[in-house]
Design a binder for this molecule. Structure first.
Ligand code: HEM
Length: 411
């Protein structure tokens, strides 16, 4: 049972009580921990998202990755843009993504089922063997990527991810740079092909939108497709693995889910609240102003500490308690306001299907070593496990669905 806060959350609790807008000198960033302040700050469209607006020395400038586009082209997607460009570019991309996601459940179910087939009930790693391959395959389906190209996509995504780490090494930066070039080449070729012969996928949707309205340039399509490919992979895999981890460590909640599989949607919201895969998002102050009772100067940065806001006791009863039937909230694990995560419906769909199917398939699923504490990856900003070793061996090794009794001999 997780209902007592760990050290990290004890610190967040203290900050929330005593310093709701705390200036972290090292990162030159204000840290917001109360839900009301977090929501108000993220939803204020008059502040800036673009890290280039931040004062020298602010950590956010290091988080803005190197150019993710062709040299000389605009180097960032909607995640770092401000209006009017942000609204112009986000609108058609969001419309296409929402439309595509709405029809995607059968494809997600098929991808999850195929991944389950590959698992050995004697022992597997939920993260590497189950959670990681799912979002890459799903995004591949959305983009019309050939199945044979999916492993290349996965390798590129992992290489690019390391360049978000402010402590990245030279070698990681170089590998990330090569991966960026690989993805740009791939997307340029895909755009040219779709222009010649449209196919049934998101890239064709955006090419059609470009032809119809002229709202998007090639460079904007390229860099934003790149961001969709990246944005969805590690975060969604972490959501799935974090969820399986929480459920296995809270047997009462797992029993509740097994008894009522329809709870999977609220279980995924509770997983997002308890262990948000992205831990922070920020805005740059566009003028001198007051921030939760503190003066903040123009170009100073304030970051929302998502795990802290998600456990604000003024919003959530017993906030450190994992309760899959919780009705209070909502959390802010996808951010808030004009920049709220564009992939949230997709991430939710994948997590619901994957978590339900995994527990249905393996009724005896348990941690390989229940005494070992979870090992979290040291990459800042992301909350994900290094690995989640489990076993499903034993009586009912996963061949019958939950809620159904094994057939009696002779029946
Ligand atoms: C569990 C999975 C995910 C989590 C926790 C997550 C979290 C977030 C957060 C916190 C933001 C910043 C919002 C803000 O500043 O207010 C964001 C933005 C974004 N996310 Fe996600 N995300 C997830 C999955 C995805 C997926 C599947 C995609 C793409 C298919 C995606 C693409 C994006 C993009 C493009 C933005 C920038 C939106 C904008 O600035 O207008 N994310 N996400």
């Amino acid at each position: 049972m997780i209902d007592a806060p760990d050290e990290r959350h004890r610190q967040f609790d203290r900050l929330r009580r005593e310093h709701p807008a705390h200036l972290d000198e090292a990162s030159r960033t204000f840290v917001l921990t109360r839900m009301a302040d977090a929501r108000a700050w993220l939803s204020d469209a008059s502040q800036w998202k673009d890290a280039d607006q931040a004062e020298e020395g602010a950590l956010i400038r290091l988080f803005k990755p190197p150019n993710m586009n062709r040299p000389g082209d605009r180097n960032s997607g909607i995640g770092w843009m401000d209006d009017p460009d942000h609204a112009r570019v986000r609108r058609p991309i969001q419309a296409a993504l929402v439309r595509r996601t709405a029809g995607l459940r059968p494809a997600v179910e098929a991808i999850v089922a195929a991944q389950l087939e590959r698992l050995d009930p004697q022992g597997f790693d939920v993260l590497a063997d189950f959670a990681m391959p799912i979002p890459v395959a799903v995004i591949g389906t959305l983009f019309g990527v050939d199945t044979a190209d999916v492993p290349r996509f996965r390798a590129w995504s992992e290489a690019v991810l390391s360049i978000f780490d402010p402590n990245r090494t030279e070698a990681q930066s170089a590998a990330g740079g090569a991966a960026i070039e690989g993805i740009c080449d791939y997307l340029d070729q895909a755009m040219a092909e779709r222009r010649r012969a449209p196919t049934d996928d998101l890239i064709s949707d955006l090419i059609a939108e470009q032809a119809a309205s002229g709202a998007l340039s090639d460079s904007e399509i390229r860099v934003n497709c790149f961001n969709l490919i990246l944005g969805g992979n590690v975060t969604t895999a972490d959501l799935i693995a974090n969820g399986v981890n929480l459920l296995l460590r809270n047997p009462d909640q797992l029993a509740k889910l097994r008894a009522d599989p329809a709870l999977v949607s609220s279980a995924v919201e509770e997983i997002l609240r308890m262990e948000p895969p992205t831990e922070g998002t920020q805005r740059v102050a566009a003028r001198d102003q007051d921030l939760a009772g503190c003066p903040i100067r123009m170009r100073q940065v304030a970051a929302v500490m998502i795990p802290a806001a998600n456990r604000d006791p003024s919003v959530f009863k017993d906030p450190h308690r994992f309760d899959i039937a919780r009705r209070d909230g909502p959390h802010i694990s996808f951010g808030s306001g004009a920049h709220i995560c564009i992939g949230a419906p997709l991430a939710r769909l994948e997590a619901r299907v994957a978590i339900a199917a995994l527990f249905e398939r393996f009724p005896a699923l348990r941690l390989a070593d229940p005494t070992a504490p979870p090992r979290w990856r040291p990459i800042p900003h992301f909350r994900g496990l290094e690995a989640l070793p489990v076993t499903a061996a034993g009586p009912g090794d996963g061949r019958q669905p939950i809620g159904r009794q094994p057939a009696k001999a002779g029946a």
